[in-house]
Write a protein that binds this ligand. Structure first.
Ligand code: FDA
Length: 502
């Protein structure tokens, strides 16, 4: 429309005063498509019908981000922020419905500065988890950081939704260790923990950063890890009794000592038990035989290594190296698979006969997989309202459901239907009122914003907001009302603003 094109002209003209032109890409620029594609992780959002940005801006310092926000506001151009591009629904670089927007791609803002004496680090949002882990591992052999498994996940999005991985039982979420942050708000102001105010600082640590502005960097507390850890991976097939072992795991894993994390990936007829133990094999053996004899663990499964070596080993496989943590590019083989995912939290162990049924369903053609992450320990010790992430005490484990398909030969409708049907089947066995879900495993099936009078509706947002944030949704909406009452920063699942007086 002519309105859209005039706001585009205004946006570009405004940017040209503050941002070098080589950092601004229009759709006609030859670099636009490769840049757009560079960190897309779910290629189902890279098709001819995908609603793409009109511009991509690649800031190299904070003033560029401030200018992009100020210009965007002034010219009516909305901004979507992209750090690592791993959003399950692609909301960092695509819109569900046609709308003019620009992507602010933070991949140039990715410094990691570690202070091993203070056991802290400043990490820019455009860094990947792999870059953060690598820098921590270089600086110290006895410090680590508790965040996700996949090294190409971006710090910006990951911290914005909580962030958990193999250290979750020992140390909780990534955001449980964030002590300061730098934020550009909708007025283009550069704010820190003190100047953004305690409600906003609370909100950005897991309550969807993109609702509140652009988080440029985060200061984190690092955590102690022993010089040697033990990793194991133990597959159990259905014919070896996987149903019984998984049913038992539900009781055992959340109650183990915090040093021991045993997650399960259930795919087809096999349950893969993947573990990180903060100690030696000698210390692990008696623990396994007393607490979880059903797994039939023995010394041959033990792999001892440093914590930093365990990170690529667990996610990328035994042939990988610590240097592989620095590889930001998505492998072509990964990019060729579209996927659909969603999540649940389990507060009461699922009966054994239901697990028999689950295994049968997972063995069907076009079925997906389940990842079970045990809770308990430190993640459960933090009060529900301490951060926006509310899935704490009483959760036995988190479930992630995923289903993949080859983009070249399938459109994903069968696999997506499988996920939806399976999610419906699981309803009686998982948390309810609300049925809890993990914001970082974003699923638009849970609900989308409704815009009323150019502002996202608080009421409509409750449908998905309470699943992700439970009772914290209202406080998030009030923080949004404080920092961005006009709802400039919005997407299909951003926090709607709520005025304090309501
Ligand atoms: P992306 O750049 O797509 O951003 C995600 C959302 O955050 C978007 O809405 C975006 O606008 C917003 N955002 C990004 N940067 C921002 C910033 N600087 N300021 C404000 N808003 C910002 N999770 C987990 O907890 N544990 C795990 O082990 C894994 N493993 C995993 C593996 C794989 C292969 C994928 C694809 C994803 C995961 N995740 C995960 C989920 C992951 O934590 C989630 O997708 C994150 O939001 C991704 O962050 P990115 O910066 O990469 O995404």
């Amino acid at each position: 429309s002519s309105q859209a094109s005039s706001s585009s002209d205004g946006f570009l003209k405004c940017l040209s005063a503050s941002i070098p032109s080589q950092l601004v890409f229009t759709q006609s620029s030859p670099s636009f498509t490769p840049l757009l594609k560079s960190s897309i992780r779910n290629p189902k959002f890279f098709t001819p019908s995908t609603v793409r940005p009109l511009y991509i801006v690649t800031p190299t310092n904070a003033s560029h981000v401030q200018a992009a926000v100020v210009c965007g506001r002034r010219s009516g151009m909305r901004i979507r922020v992209r750090s690592g591009g791993h959003d399950y629904e692609g909301l960092s670089y695509r819109a569900v419905r046609p709308e003019p927007f620009a992507v602010l791609d933070l991949s140039n803002l990715r410094a990691v500065r570690v202070d091993p004496q203070a056991a802290t680090a400043w990490v820019d949002s455009g860094a990947t988890l792999g870059e953060l882990y690598y820098a921590v591992g270089k600086a110290s052999g006895v410090l680590g950081f508790p965040a996700g498994l996949c090294p190409t996940v971006g710090v910006g999005g990951h911290f914005s939704g909580g962030g958990f991985g193999m250290l979750l039982r020992k140390y909780g979420l990534a955001v449980d260790h964030v002590v300061d942050a730098v934020l550009v708000d909708a007025r283009g102001r550069l704010l820190n923990k003190n100047t953004m105010g305690s409600d906003v600082f609370w909100a950005i640590r897991g309550g969807s950063g993109e609702s509140f502005g652009v988080v440029l960097s985060w200061q984190v507390r690092l955590v102690p890890v022993p010089p040697k850890v033990t990793v194991f991976n133990l597959p159990v097939t259905a014919s070896q009794g996987a149903v019984d072992v998984v049913a038992r795991w539900q009781q055992v894993a959340p109650a183990l000592p915090d040093d021991l994390m045993i997650r399960v990936v259930v795919q087809q007829k096999t349950a893969n038990f993947q573990s990180l133990f903060l100690g030696t094999c000698d210390a692990l053996l008696p623990l396994m035989s007393s607490r979880f004899p059903e797994l039939k663990f023995n010394r041959t499964y033990c792999k001892e290594m440093t914590w930093i070596q365990s990170v690529p080993y667990i996610y990328l496989g035994s042939g990988s190296t610590v240097e592989d943590l620095l590889n930001r590019t998505t492998a072509a083989s990964v990019f060729s698979s579209g996927y659909k995912a969603t999540s649940d939290y389990v507060r009461k162990a699922i009966p054994r006969d239901v697990w028999t049924n689950i295994f049968t369903q997972l063995a069907q053609p076009n079925a997906g997989l389940m990842i079970l992450d045990p809770y308990g320990g430190q993640i459960a010790a933090v009060p529900e309202a301490a951060t926006p992430y509310p899935h704490r005490a009483g959760v036995l484990y988190n479930i992630q459901y995923m289903n993949f398909w080859p983009m070249a030969t399938a459109d994903g409708s069968v696999q997506t239907k499988w996920i939806r049907d399976f999610y419906a089947f699981m309803a009686p066995y998982v948390s309810s009122n609300p049925r809890e879900a993990y914001f970082n495993y974003r699923d638009l099936d849970l609900g989308e914003n409704v815009v009323v009078g150019n502002v996202s509706s608080y009421q409509a947002g409750m449908v998905w907001g309470q699943k992700y944030f439970k009772g914290n949704y209202q406080r998030l909406a009030m923080a949004k009302g404080e920092i961005d009452p006009d709802d400039y920063f919005r997407n299909e699942q951003s926090i709607p603003p709520l005025a304090k007086s309501k």
